[in-house]
Write a protein that binds this ligand. Sequence first.
Ligand code: XBP
Ligand code: MG
Length: 266
Amino acid sequence: MRIDALLFDVDGTLADTEEAHRIAFNAAFERAGLDWRWQPREYRRLLEVTGGKERIRGYIGALPVGDGERRRLLERVSALHEDKTRIYTRIVRDGGVRLRPGVERLMREALAAGCRLAIATTTSAVNVQALLEATLGARGLDWFSAIACGDQALRKKPAPDIHQLALARLGIEPARAVAIEDSLNGLRAARAAGLWTLVTPNFWTEGADFEREGAGLVLPHLGEPALPLAGEPGHRLRHAAWLRFDELTRAALSHRVDAAAGVMQA
Ligand code: XBP
Ligand code: MG
C-alpha cells in the first residue's frame, strides 16, 4: 500500500500565520472604532475557537454588555471579518509570512514520488490563495489537487467535515492519505476523519498532549538539511535529521500494519 495524498492544514502548519491574523483582527477593530485589542496571551486562548467570524462572535458573547449592545455588535461581525481579511491578505501578499521549515521540500518530495497534495483548512479561501501565491509563486494553487477551506464545510474543526471534503475531492479513502496539522482542533478533526496525522506544533498551539490525542508523529517542525531537528535521527526519526517523504510514508503505513495486526490479535 502507498500514500496517495498529503492533506495540509494552513494556519500554523504551512506557515506560522496567526501573528499576522492577530495583527489584522486588531487593525480591523481599530478601523471600526472598537477598542478591542487581542494581545498574544488572549489570542492564544481565542484560537480555541476555529474560524475568524466564529472567534469574533465568541469574543462578543463574553463581553460584559447588555443584550441590545450584544445584538448590535453581532450584526457587525461579517463586515469586521471582511475588513480583517483584506488587511491579512495584504500582509501576506507583501511577503509578511514565509512557509515553515521543510514544508516546500516535503511537498516537492511528495509530488516527485507521485503523491498528490491537498489543503484542509478552516481559514478563508482568499487567505489560502494569498499565502500559496506569495510563497510558491503565481501558480502556487496548482501544486494542490484539492483545496477544501473555510465556509465550504458546514462545521469547522474539530469536526471532520473539511478533511472529509478534501478526501471526497481527491476521491480517496482516509487510509490512503496523511494529514499534517499544528493544533489540537486540527488533530481531532483529522483523526475523526480517520486520518493518520503528523503534528508540528508552534507557539500558538504547543503544550497539548498530541500523542494522547492520537497523533501518529509529533515534531517541532519538518526540518531541512540546513535546519536539522535536534536529536535526530535516533529520537523520532530513523534516516535523517529532517522528515523525508519516504520516512513519513513508512511511519504512516507501519501504523496501519500495527493497527491491522492489533485487529487480527483481538
Ligand atoms: C486556523 C483558523 C482560522 C484562522 C483565521 O485555520 O482557525 O480561523 O485563525 O482565518 P487552520 P479566518 O489552522 O485550519 O488553517 O479569519 O479566515 O478564519
Ligand atoms: Mg492550523
